[in-house]
Ligand binder design. Structure first.
Ligand code: APR
Ligand code: PHB
Length: 391
């Protein structure tokens, strides 16, 4: 098999890249080890930055997002029994869309297939060869047989556990890692959202997040110890813990409850690989970097990587200008590190570290009060959350 750009992974990064390349007349093939139904079912975060939502609209993928998603003009920070609204349009002129990654993936797969795109499901990439030559190849296993995809460039969009990152020569790679001593227990519940807003709550018992998937489905998270087994958390225990962490002092606001349809654990990790390119192999999305979900940056970083890469490939194939491709790794990493910092900062601000001293907790409290009282501090949060336009 031969194509121009060989893409490993049909997550948001691989699929959006394939879509953007198609719109610029560049052929690609996506190899995906799972089946289509699996890719369309995976539960992930659901906040789309202003600029990424615009990119979806500009490339014909915004219709269902604008019809079924929610435009959010702020978030609530809740601490000390009080809520403080961060108003995005007022502070930045921008907003975000609440639109689940699962839905973006469904739309991307449908659109690629309608446009005649090639996504080979149940095809596991097993090796990437010749990345220092001008004829790289991806070896893959499909339907019990071995096959080869030859291409001009390989883009590994194969997530944190893929083969892309480990295919870079060890001596050129540097990785940076931070593992947090807690995780998120996430639930989906058949109950209307308890308010229109995302609520990020810092409580002495731990962090909690109120989010949503539709008018009738809520998505909620609780900070739990990293080694938690979700089976140890009964529905009643989850609801009473959430209610305690979201409690308000001078308000009769109540968290609605309903049947829990899904429980899962999200580990918290920060991770970056440098560089994001070697020879004819590029890394994009979770293959190159991981953020803890507190800043809702994972999906957005993945989409930004491939927007940048598609632009570089467009220039290269359109006019022979390779400057964009050459700058890809450095340019992408500038945004990645800003998002790493923001995600780390939001996480540290809102979670209770089991090793935190009373001094650490007072600092946390003091900074939350500062954000609530000081416009530039709130603006900095809003700028980062809605997505830095240029980095
Ligand atoms: N061969 C083929 N496909 C593979 C291989 C392989 N060897 N290894 C992994 N894959 C596939 C996975 O099955 C998955 O469908 O690569 C895809 C990677 O997709 P994602 O994990 O969704 O990664 P990405 O597209 O970078 O999206 C990042 O996902 O984890 C979230 O928070 C993160 O929202 C962010 C987004
Ligand atoms: C979600 O809706 O799943 C979600 C929202 C905001 C986050 C993380 C996850 O920061």
């Amino acid at each position: 098999m031969r194509t121009t750009v060989g893409i490993i992974g049909a997550g948001p990064a691989g699929l959006f890249l394939s879509h953007l390349l198609h719109q610029n007349g560049i052929e690609s093939v996506v190899l995906e080890r799972r089946d289509r139904a699996y890719c369309e079912r995976r539960q992930r975060a659901g906040v789309v930055e202003h600029g990424v939502a615009e990119a979806l609209r500009d490339t014909g993928l915004g219709e269902r997002m604008d019809r079924e998603g929610f435009r959010h003009d702020g978030i609530e920070l809740r601490f000390d029994g009080r809520g403080h609204r961060i108003d995005f349009p007022d502070l930045t002129g921008r907003h975000v869309m609440i639109w689940a990654q699962t839905e973006i993936v469904k739309d991307l797969i449908a659109r690629r297939l309608a446009d005649g795109g090639r996504i080979v499901f149940e095809a596991e990439a097993t090796g990437i060869e010749g990345i220092e030559s001008d004829r790289p190849r991806i070896r893959f296993a499909s339907g019990g047989a071995e096959d080869v995809l030859e291409c001009d460039y390989v883009v590994a969009c194969d997530g944190f556990h893929g083969i892309g990152r480990t295919s870079l020569p060890e001596e050129v790679v540097r990785t940076y890692d931070k593992v947090y001593p807690f995780a998120w227990l996430g639930i989906l519940a058949d109950v209307p959202p308890s308010c229109d807003e995302l609520i990020y709550a810092r409580h002495e018992r731990g962090f909690a997040l109120h989010s949503m998937r539709s008018e009738t489905v809520s998505r909620l998270y609780l900070q739990v110890p990293a080694d938690t087994d979700p089976a140890d958390w009964s529905d009643d225990r989850i609801w009473s813990e959430l209610a305690a962490r979201f409690e308000l002092r001078e308000s009769d606001w109540k968290l609605g409850t309903g049947p829990i349809t899904d429980k899962s654990l999200t580990p918290m990790r920060s991770f970056v690989t440098e560089p994001m390119r070697h020879g004819r192999l590029f890394l994009a999305g979770d293959a190159a970097h991981i953020v803890p979900p507190t800043g809702a940056k994972g999906l957005n970083l993945a989409m930004r990587d491939v927007m940048l890469l598609a632009e570089g490939l467009r220039s290269w194939y359109g006019t022979g200008d390779g400057a964009g491709l050459d700058a890809y790794s450095d340019t992408a990493l500038r945004r990645v590190w800003r998002a790493e910092h923001f995600s780390y900062w939001m996480t540290s601000l809102l979670h209770i570290d089991p090793a935190a001293t009373p001094f650490d907790k007072r600092l946390q409290q003091s900074y939350l009060e500062h954000i609530a009282a000081c416009r530039p501090a709130a603006a900095q949060l809003a700028e980062n959350y809605t997505g830095l336009p240029a980095v």
